[in-house]
Design a protein around this ligand. Structure first.
Ligand code: ADP
Ligand code: MG
Length: 247
């Protein structure tokens, strides 16, 4: 199921409604293993809803979603399998405030992956060092800067050994001077071959890292393409208008 011919993520005709409002309408998207996709678009266009449907934080109401060949069919088993291969990083870090950074990084590996405390801690320290906050492991999230907290959240996600990482505006809540350190961490991860789907308006990151940029508006994918093509020659008026506002 994990061979390279199986898409990492496949959405076919995906619909998501909140009441009568269509947050996603007929979304089709295939993402290959190892691919880096940046999703952009105006506020309210359905970007978060799309990536939240991929790991079933939101439940789609129509169409099909498969992750690593596992079809999300509403069964608890399919949801658990999909979550076991996906990691997610949120705008507001979502670290557990009453636990140290190290405990944040070892909780799920111990309870879900059944790693011993020693193994879970060794893995956590390795990943925290990799995101360059090994020296912060014994601190509580509130004692860290925003950039350090977000890097801790990335390390915590990686401790679950995901195949696909989902990022929902990971730098939007950060002070400008901390954006770079988080983007550097994400670039390093991209360089290791991780499949990444990033909702972000960091167009420098998109140009440098993305294989593909997907532009959404009003619950639909309006256009997609390689970053250079999308940025220099967007096809739709809406994308042109969007880019003129953010660049
Ligand atoms: P984006 O991430 O692109 O800003 P979202 O995916 O968060 O957009 O939201 C898309 C639309 O769906 C917005 O109009 C938003 O108000 C609506 N929406 C999102 N989540 C909910 C919810 N839980 N209940 C009702 N409406 C929602
Ligand atoms: Mg959003």
């Amino acid at each position: 199921m994990t061979n390279s011919t199986v898409p990492a993520v496949k959405l076919a005709g995906v619909m998501k409604r909140f009441g009568n409002f269509a947050a996603l309408s007929d979304v089709n998207l295939d993402i290959a293993a190892g691919e880096k996709v940046v999703i952009c678009g105006p506020s309210g266009s359905g970007k978060s809803t799309l990536i939240r449907c991929i790991n079933h934080i939101e439940q789609h109401d129509g169409g099909e979603i498969s992750v690593n060949g596992i079809r999300l069919d509403r069964s608890a088993a399919s949801v658990a399998k999909v979550r076991s291969v996906t990691g997610m990083v949120f705008q507001n870090f979502n670290l557990f405030p009453h636990m140290t950074v190290l405990e944040n990084c070892t909780l799920a590996p111990r309870s879900t992956l059944k790693l011993s405390r020693a193994k879970a801690e060794a893995q956590a320290m390795e990943l925290l060092s990799k995101v360059r906050i090994g020296d912060q492991a014994r601190k509580y999230p509130g004692q860290l800067s925003g950039g350090q907290q977000q890097r801790a959240a990335i390390a915590r996600s990686l401790c679950m050994q995901p195949k696909i990482m989902l990022f929902d505006e990971p730098t939007s809540a950060l002070d400008p001077e901390m954006v770079k350190e988080v983007l550097e961490t994400m670039k390093a991860l991209a360089g290791e071959g991780m499949t990444m789907i990033c909702v972000t308006h960091e167009m420098g990151f998109a140009r440098e890292v993305a294989d593909r940029v997907v532009f959404m508006d009003r619950g639909s994918i309006m256009e997609q393409g390689r970053p250079d093509a999308f940025f220099s020659n967007p096809h739709t008026d809406r994308a042109r208008q969007f880019l003129s506002q953010i660049i």
